[in-house]
Ligand binder design. Structure first.
Ligand SMILES: Nc1nc2c(ncn2[C@@H]2O[C@H](COP(=O)(O)OP(=O)(O)OP(=O)(O)O)[C@@H](O)[C@H]2O)c(=O)[nH]1
Length: 376
């Protein structure tokens, strides 16, 4: 086919992937430049379950380079087209329903121990498990709460498990977009259960709850600090609360915590008809109650799926993220334009001094932005 006959989308599919500068891809295959696959080749490998292709595809969606963004959009379009063609919107290529689970909890509550035990249990049940992470610290401090130590090492060595290292840069909004896209890539690659882990800090929990089918909160076997003040909102997001460390000397505190959470949740209005948030006890370390945790999660999934709530929840989430992305993108563009930036500075000053009201100032900024974009 002559180059001039190709549409832009077709053309993108033919371009060899440019080697991402990100550490993941460089570390995986240093000579990749020579053998860079095209988007089409990457897609073929990805849907056949090639882990290297999955890592590479996630690296691609994490990149903010313009050419990488174009390639990742082409890749995601191919996946979407295939799902529509095969009528597998909520399934893996193999036809298994996909289940997205968010997992959060304070540092030290036992998230990695739980994910390792839970992931191994799911593998035994014939599932393929992907683990992704949203690290709230990366955007603010440049450091990492989740990523600084090696986590889930045993699970990550299993053939049917994929544990993605924590992205270590980018804004929380950017990380969220990447995670949403990484979920799609994992599912396209045959992982039917995707766990999205986050630490209980800042906005990351709300964000994760908005990208999964079920939000699970892991809590320690102690009086519910989470039930008071700031954390209360997070408990309210949970479809399932898991009291961890229900073993040895901690057993009686775990029992007390279970009662406390159960009575607190009793007064909440169920978010979905047919499902009331539950509280269960596990010991991730002793691998006790892991089967019960999965049983409760599948019970939730079945209720929600049969009522059509999984499809509608995912649809609403896609709309929500579209609007978040529009807002981010517009703000980015607004901040890039020099004349708009000047107006913004002036308006901020006037608003701060009280010589102009906020609404008026906002209108002026938007007008300036519209003027700048129509002149481009
Ligand atoms: N007794 C007991 N200890 C546990 C259990 N699960 C985890 N722990 C211990 O709790 C500590 C923290 O466990 P992690 O799995 O690293 O906790 P985490 O939530 O991933 O911690 P961060 O990575 O800091 O967010 C470790 O010392 C674990 O051995 C459990 O079920 N029972």
């Amino acid at each position: 086919m002559g180059l001039q006959c190709l549409t832009l989308a077709q053309f993108r599919l033919q371009i060899p992937l440019v080697q991402c500068r990100c550490i993941h891809s460089v570390a995986v295959r240093p000579q990749a430049k020579k053998t860079s696959p095209t988007v089409q080749e990457l897609y073929e490998k990805l849907v056949h379950g090639d882990r290297y292709a999955l890592s590479r595809a996630i690296t691609l969606v994490e990149s903010s380079r313009k050419d990488h963004r174009e390639q990742s959009e082409a890749l995601l379009s191919l996946i979407l087209a295939r799902q529509r063609q095969m009528n597998t919107e909520q399934k893996t290529v193999q036809g298994k329903p996909t289940f997205r689970i968010g997992l959060s909890g304070s540092p030290g509550v036992g998230k990695s121990t739980f994910i390792e035990a839970f992931g191994m249990y799911l593998l035994q049940q014939g599932h393929r498990v992907a683990v992704l992470a949203v690290d709230p610290s990366s955007s603010r401090t440049g450091g990492s709460i989740l990523g600084d130590k090696t986590r889930m090492t045993y699970l990550s060595r299993q053939d049917h498990a994929y544990v993605r290292p924590t992205p270590s840069r980018g804004t929380l909004g950017g990380v969220a977009r990447n995670t949403n896209e990484a979920i799609i890539l994992c599912e396209a690659s045959g992982y039917d259960v995707t766990l999205v882990e986050t630490v209980g800090v800042g906005q990351s929990e709300t964000m994760v709850s908005e990208m999964v089918d079920m939000f699970v909160l892991l809590v320690p076997p102690a009086g519910g600090d989470e039930l008071q003040g700031l954390k209360k909102g997070i408990v309210e997001l949970a479809d399932l609360v898991i009291v961890n460390k229900a073993d040895g000397d901690l057993m009686s505190s775990a029992r007390a915590a279970t009662l406390e959470y159960t009575s607190a949740l009793k007064f909440l209005q169920p978010a979905y008809e047919g499902w009331r948030s539950k509280v269960i006890r596990v010991s991730a370390k002793e691998e006790l109650g892991i089967d019960k945790a999965w049983e409760t999660m599948t019970e939730y999934f079945d209720v929600m799926r049969n009522a059509g709530h999984i499809a509608s929840k995912r649809g609403s989430q896609r709309k929500l993220w579209m609007w978040r992305q529009i807002t981010n993108e517009l703000l980015d563009r607004l901040n890039r334009d020099d004349s708009v930036k000047k107006t913004v500075e002036l308006m901020e000053k006037r608003v701060y001094e009280g010589t102009m009201n906020s609404g008026q100032a906002a209108d002026r900024v938007v007008d300036e932005f519209v003027k700048a974009t129509t002149m481009e």
